[in-house]
Ligand binder design. Structure first.
Ligand SMILES: [Ca+2]
Ligand SMILES: [Ca+2]
Length: 338
C-alpha cells in the first residue's frame, strides 16, 4: 500500500526536516545520540499520540518501519555530513555555576560596591514618633575572638537614650542588599550564606520582640521570614524563636534551635551568638538580581544589644553555556579536533 495512504506525508516530511535541522547542529557523537533519542522516542512517533489518532488503522509495524527508514536516510544523507562539518552549535545542558562568592576574610573595614544598605527606620511604640537615620557603609568586621571576619554588624544604632519612654520600646528596621548584574541567561538561582545572630535577640518575646529576620528577592518572593533568639530566659521573657519554622509557620522553638554552631564567635558577654547556615533556591531569569537581607528588631538599643552579620555568601545560577562549533574550535586552538 502506498505510504501516503497510511501516513500523513507532510507530517512525516516535517518530522524528518526537523530531525535534520537538529542533527545538523550537533558537533559530537553524544549529541547526535541525544537528538535521535529525543526526537524518536519523545515525538510520539512510536506512541499513540497524533499518529495513532490520525491513522487509527496504520499498523504499528508500518509506523516503526517508516520511522526507521526515515531516520536512516536522514542520518546517512544529512546528519552525519553536517556533524563532520560542525556547522552550528547547540546549547549545552544547564549547570549550576557560582556567579558570586565572598567570605569577607579580607581586612576589617573592607567595603564592596555590590553591598549596600537602606537607611535605618524606626517606630517608637510609646510616643508614636517615627524616623529614618543613615546606616553608614556596609563593611567587614572581626569577631571578638578574632576567629572570623564577616559583613556586619547590622541592626541599627541606638534610638533615644536610657530613661526615654521608648527605650526598649522601639522597632528598628534595616535592609542590606546584594546587587548582581550581567548574569548570563539562567532560569534558577541558589543563594547560600551564614547568618550570624549576635547578642540578645529575643525571638517571639512579647516584651522584647519579636526580633525578625527576612530574606527576599527584590521585586520577587520572600525566601525566609522568621524570628531568632539568643535569649535563654524563655520562661520570663517568652523568648522562643520561630526558626526553623518560617514563612508564616507559627512556632515556639528553643533559642538557637537549628544553629550550626553557638558561642563560636566570642560574643559570650551578652547572650552569645548563633551561626545559621541557610540556603535557598528560586526561579529567576533576569540578568540583574538583588537580594535583600533585613532585620526588624524590637528595643532600639543598637548593635551593642542585638545585631547580625553575613558570611560565606555564595550565589549560583544554572547558566546556559554554548558549545563552540568544531570549525571555530579549530580556528582558536590552531589544531584540528577530530
Ligand atoms: Ca568570613
Ligand atoms: Ca529584642
Amino acid at each position: 500500500m502506498p505510504l501516503n495512504n497510511r501516513v500523513k506525508l507532510p507530517s512525516a516530511f516535517k518530522w524528518a526536516t526537523d530531525l535534520c535541522q537538529l542533527g545538523a547542529s550537533c558537533t559530537r557523537r553524544s549529541q547526535l545520540i541525544w537528538i535521535v533519542r529525543r526526537r524518536v522516542f519523545h515525538s510520539g512517533f512510536f506512541g499513540t499520540s497524533r499518529w495513532e489518532r490520525g491513522e487509527p488503522n496504520m499498523p504499528a509495524k508500518t509506523r516503526k518501519a517508516t520511522a526507521t527508514v526515515c531516520l536512516a536516510c536522514c542520518t546517512l544523507i544529512l546528519v552525519i555530513p553536517a556533524c563532520r562539518r560542525g556547522q552550528v552549535t547547540i546549547p549545552a545542558s544547564p549547570r549550576l555555576v557560582v556567579v558570586y562568592a565572598n567570605d569577607f576574610d579580607g581586612p576589617a573595614g573592607s567595603t564592596f560596591p555590590e553591598w549596600t544598605t537602606s537607611p535605618v527606620t524606626f517606630v517608637k511604640t510609646v510616643t508614636g514618633e517615627t524616623g529614618s537615620l543613615p546606616a553608614g557603609a556596609v563593611t567587614t568586621v572581626e569577631s571578638p575572638n578574632r576567629r572570623q571576619r564577616f559583613l556586619g554588624e547590622f541592626g541599627g544604632p541606638p534610638i533615644g537614650r536610657p530613661g526615654d519612654p521608648d527605650w526598649n520600646r522601639t522597632r528598628v528596621d534595616q535592609s542590606v542588599r546584594l546587587s548582581l548584574k550581567g548574569l548570563r541567561p539562567h532560569t534558577r538561582v541558589k543563594v547560600s550564606f551564614d547568618l550570624y545572630v549576635l547578642k540578645s535577640w529575643d525571638g517571639n518575646s512579647p516584651r522584647y520582640g519579636p526580633d525578625r529576620f527576612t530574606v527576599r528577592v527584590a521585586g520577587g518572593s520572600v525566601l525566609l521570614a522568621t524570628t531568632f533568639s539568643n535569649n535563654p530566659k524563655v520562661r520570663e521573657d517568652g523568648s522562643y524563636q520561630s526558626y526553623p519554622g518560617a514563612n508564616g509557620v507559627a512556632a515556639d522553638h528553643a533559642p538557637q534551635t537549628g544553629a550550626a554552631s553557638t558561642g563560636t564567635l566570642g560574643y559570650s558577654d551578652f547572650f552569645s551568638d548563633g551561626v545559621y547556615q541557610l540556603s535557598f533556591a528560586f526561579p529567576h531569569t533576569e540578568s540583574a538580581l538583588t537580594l535583600e537581607f533585613s532585620s526588624s528588631l524590637f528595643e532600639g538599643k543598637g548593635t551593642a544589644d542585638e545585631s547580625w552579620g553575613l558570611d560565606n555568601v555564595v550565589v549560583s545560577a544554572d547558566v546556559t553555556t554554548v558549545s563552540q562549533p568544531a570549525s571555530e574550535r579549530r580556528k582558536r586552538s590552531g589544531h584540528r579536533i577530530s
